[in-house]
Design a protein around this ligand. Structure first.
Ligand code: RP5
Length: 158
């Protein structure tokens, strides 16, 4: 059963959001992926947010670009932690996405990550780290993943 829900505003966001999914795959965290648009499929968005916890989802990773209202609107409709990924937009390079996601009003938090691939990857990692607070085996897998990352960094640039 999926523990993390990865949602995004458009299929065009998948190239970015797949990095969240791949990170969760590497850590053995069950997850699901859905296209859920705040603007084009608002009822699907509310339905997803209201029913995620009841289906066993424990963290939601939401990515969107431009007028990126999806993470905040989902956060407004669920008590689950929501991690927001600003997808890089063509016109404004994702600054619009970032500012749309990060400036939430007090009382409705969205944990906002970096723009683009790094943000998606870190959202996957952070979701796993949240789950690992009550999953000792997952915590060990995250430590091993970190050790591999450290070992992969060469001391010399060439
Ligand atoms: C947003 O509009 C999506 O999250 C996407 O980043 C952006 C562009 O969507 P498409 O026009 O490519 O479907 O809602």
């Amino acid at each position: 059963m999926a523990q993390v829900g990865i949602i995004m505003g458009s299929t065009s966001d998948w190239e970015t959001m797949r990095h969240a999914a791949e990170t969760l795959d590497a850590l053995g965290v069950p997850h699901e992926t859905r296209v859920v648009s705040a603007h084009r499929t608002p009822h699907r968005m509310v339905d997803y947010a209201e029913n995620a916890a009841g289906r066993g989802i424990r963290v939601i990773v939401a990515g969107a670009g431009g007028a990126a209202h999806l993470p905040g609107m989902v956060a407004a409709c669920t008590h689950l932690p929501v991690l927001g990924v600003p997808v890089e937009s063509a016109a404004l390079k994702g600054m619009d996405s970032l500012l749309s996601i990060v400036q939430m009003p007090g009382g409705v938090p969205v944990g906002t990550l970096a723009i683009g691939k790094a943000g998606a990857k870190n959202a996957g990692l952070l979701a796993a780290q949240i789950l690992a607070t009550c999953d000792a085996l997952l915590a060990e897998r995250i430590k091993a993943w970190r050790a591999d990352q450290t070992a992969s960094v060469p001391e010399n640039p060439a």
